[in-house]
Design a protein around this ligand. Structure first.
Ligand code: CTP
Length: 447
């Protein structure tokens, strides 16, 4: 009996897939099909897969060509499958010519001609038209956003607006996009808006973008007052628009895995969360000189508060801020202490004092620890009373990690609500409320 194997994502099952499976089956007597998991696709940078694994498997089953369907979840699995299942022929489409030649040591490798003019990517774009994105702001984060957005299919960066026209032009030239001299011009040219301007300008920009019927992805902290967050979410909902706060950690696969394990009972009931993130900035940086909106907590507070809110919720009994200030009165180091009915938390951040950046989650049966940069989670450990027993977990974190939030934002625009739980509106509102409490505690005047 000749055994053939082929692999793929098989998203939005199409004629190209059907013909590939038909010809692969004809190469032998028994066809095995390996279908990629969602996590594996994400890890290899294939974002925006629409169909669930179950749907993709079901579509393959319905063709009647597959004698057996297996799951592909890790790199390097193909060699092991070929040996394990005693495969004679590995078949794949001609878009992969050469890539799988290394498998020739184990079996025959056949590249089947790809069917022309059809692909899952093409169908995804037809089903949901490309979202043209316009940026407001040209800072460091904006520069990171563009290459990351280019990796997400279904979205295209059109241009940028900055009230300082020269900055907008420089930025636009560098990234080969348009520079808009007015907001109206930007709104006329795009479907969605990404806001990466200074914190205090977010509220006005979000309001104006929503009023022009645009979906909004706004950098953290979205706003600095609870009432503003509530008002903006209500306005977005009324107009059936998506308003999305961009805290990249919330959307990265490793953090997601960590939360899943923390909440699974493995470490018992969670009683203490400690999160710390410090990043030294120059003394004359905007972050350390803007006497109203600068400082460590407005800059990094969203990151360190995120695991606290995700794990212990937003119904804390009290909150206290301890700060170390610079000569301008700005916090160069802040520790937030929160008490909950059944737990405590500290969230620490600093732009002028260095500390060990770590996330520690303590439970009644064990603890989870993720070292810096835990906010780009790629590795964490679970420890128990028996110091010899440690579970280790790793997950891919690609590039600057903004691709994950962009991809989730896009799927929400396209009607899927499956990412909404990663950072709920309630959590965003709570974060704005905590920012407001901090500003009040520091006697800073919001303008
Ligand atoms: N395939 C094919 N002809 C096409 C599209 C895909 O023969 N027009 C083959 C691929 O070469 C591969 C298998 O079908 O062997 C599964 O491919 P997959 O990557 O799932 O499909 P694509 O349509 O190429 O998906 P995407 O656009 O997301 O890359």
């Amino acid at each position: 009996m000749t055994k053939v194997i082929t692999y793929g994502t098989f998203d939005l099952f199409h004629e190209g897939h059907y013909r590939l499976l038909q010809r692969a089956k004809a190469l032998g007597d028994y066809l095995m099909v390996g279908v990629t998991t969602e996590a594996y696709d994400k890890a290899r940078g294939k974002l925006n897969v629409v169909d669930s694994l179950v749907t993709r498997i079901e579509n393959i089953r319905k063709t009647g060509f597959a004698d057996e369907i297996i799951i592909e979840e890790t790199p390097g699995q193909k060699v092991n499958d070929i040996r394990k299942f005693q495969i004679d022929i590995f078949a794949i489409g001609s878009d992969w010519v050469g890539v799988f030649d290394y498998l020739k040591d184990y079996c025959k490798v056949v590249y089947l001609e790809r069917t022309k003019n059809i692909s899952s990517t093409m169908l995804r774009e037809q089903n949901s038209p490309i979202q043209r994105i316009g940026m407001i702001g040209t800072g460091r984060i904006a520069a990171r956003f563009i290459p990351e957005a280019r990796l997400v299919s279904g979205i295209s960066t059109q241009g940028v607006y900055n009230p300082h026209i020269e900055s907008a032009k420089r930025f636009a030239d560098q990234w080969e996009i348009n520079a808009y001299t007015t907001l109206e011009e930007l709104y006329d040219a795009v479907d969605v808006v990404y806001i990466a301007s200074p914190h205090e300008t977010h509220y006005e920009y979000i309001w104006s973008a929503l009023a022009h019927g645009k979906h909004v992805l706004c950098e953290k902290p979205m706003v600095l007052q609870r009432g503003q967050a509530e008002e903006l979410f209500a306005f977005a909902k009324e107009n059936r628009l998506i308003l999305f706060e961009g805290i990249k950690t919330a959307y990265c696969p490793g953090f997601h895995k960590l939360l899943g394990i923390a909440c699974s009972g493995t470490i018992g009931n969670i009683r203490n969360v400690e999160a710390c993130f410090t990043k030294l900035e120059k003394r004359d940086s905007r972050e350390l000189t803007d006497s109203i909106y600068g400082g460590s907590f407005t800059e990094l507070g969203s990151y360190v508060m995120l695991p606290v809110l995700k794990l212990l919720g937003h119904h804390f009994e009290n909150i206290r801020f301890d700060t170390i200030k610079n000569e301008k009165g700005l916090d160069i180091f802040t520790r937030v202490s929160l008490n909950y009915p059944m737990g405590i938390a500290t969230a620490t951040c600093g732009l002028g004092v260095k500390s060990e950046g770590r996330l520690l989650i303590s439970g009644t049966k064990g603890y989870i620890v993720a070292e810096a940069p835990w906010w780009k989670t790629s590795y964490f450990e679970v420890h128990y009373e028996d110091a010899g027993s440690v579970d280790k977990y790793s997950e891919t974190f690609l590039g600057d990690g903004l691709r994950y939030e962009i991809s989730d934002f896009l799927s929400m625009i396209n009607g899927s609500s499956s990412s909404e739980f990663k950072l709920t509106r309630g959590e965003s509102v709570a974060l704005a409320g905590i920012m407001e409490q901090f500003m009040n505690a520091e006697n800073r005047e919001e303008q």
